[in-house]
Design a protein around this ligand. Structure first.
Ligand code: A3P
Length: 289
């Protein structure tokens, strides 16, 4: 359903009073160490959230539990009262972020992923999740994805939006992280993020954080949490297992796109993204075409 200019999945209605929460987000009081992680869905939100959480906390990494990082839109009440440093994630655009955060040049991390793998990831998420319960075939889902008739709208418009913000707003504290780079060079990317955040983590700790946030461990922890608590119906399948952590690779699109779909998608991307800053990597190996 559509609320003002935002497209939501129907289950959001069950989880939050959207209008009220959008207003509360705008009014959220800023703290200098707040971090807002912005992503288009299925771009690595949970992975990056947990990396940020581990990077900003003390104590032995191995003993730390991974977490469901609070959602700006759904968990705004919790965030207002949270004592610990706040890492909050959202799929909302720049103009919907907390006013004080933006006025104070608060930290924003934008994580992006190649749109072909995002399309595939979204398909499995939507058909696997009991809350969304999509019955769409891959080709129907891809068509909607290309038209932007999916939750949070078109990925192309989303990327165009952030491209515009970054190029025109001169915002002091925004970092773009590519999922594919994180996958291929995790240590370099985590080091880069730590420099951006002004942290000083030694190499051993960085390696521990990366290992603690591997797909397998995040998946296992998430399933353990679901066993203990009543989960959000959008994030689990019929067996009460996570639908968020799936394959975690670059290039799964090659197992799904037909040649014709790929040509059409490439054409659309050329039209929509070639004049933006975003250049994506579509292949698991560096020497791919
Ligand atoms: P796939 O469905 O392609 O496997 P989000 O958190 O934004 O919903 O993104 C989910 C996607 O990120 C899923 O992609 C998921 O498997 C992937 N992901 C999550 N944790 C990951 C990790 N540690 N390493 C690589 N990919 C990860």
């Amino acid at each position: 359903f559509q609320y003002e200019d935002i497209l939501f999945g129907p289950y959001y209605l069950k989880l939050a009073d959207i209008g009220k929460n959008l207003k509360a987000i705008k009014q959220l009081k800023h703290r200098p160490d707040d971090i807002i992680l912005v992503t288009y869905p299925k771009s690595g939100t949970h992975w990056m959230s947990n990396l940020l959480y581990m990077m900003t906390s003390d104590g032995p990494i191995d003993k730390k539990s991974t977490i469901e990082v609070p959602h700006l839109l759904l968990d705004i009440k919790q965030l207002e009262n949270q004592k610990a440093q706040r890492i909050m994630h959202t799929h909302l655009k720049f103009d919907r972020l907390p006013t004080e955060h933006v006025e104070n040049g608060g930290i924003i991390i934008l994580t992006v992923r190649n749109p072909k793998d995002v399309a595939v990831s979204l398909h499995y998420y939507s058909t696997g999740s009991v809350g969304i319960n999509s019955q769409l075939s891959w080709s129907a889902q891809l068509k909607y994805f290309m038209e932007g008739k999916v939750r949070f709208g078109s990925i192309f418009e989303y990327l165009r939006h952030w491209n515009h913000v970054i190029r025109t707003h001169n915002y002091p504290k925004i970092l773009v992280v590519y999922y594919e780079e994180l996958k291929k060079k995790p240590v370099d990317v985590v080091r880069h993020i730590q420099n951006f955040l002004g942290l000083k983590l030694n190499d051993e700790r960085i390696n521990d954080i990366i290992a603690r946030c591997s797909l397998e461990r995040l998946k296992r922890d998430s399933n353990d949490r679901h066993k203990r608590h009543e989960p959000l119906s959008a994030v689990v399948n019929k067996e009460n297992k996570t639908v968020v952590y799936r394959k975690g690779v670059i290039g799964d699109w090659m197992n799904h796109f037909t040649v014709a779909q790929n040509i059409e998608f490439d054409e659309l991307m050329k039209n929509k993204l070639s004049d933006t800053m975003f250049k994506f990597d579509y292949y698991p190996d560096n020497d791919a075409p």
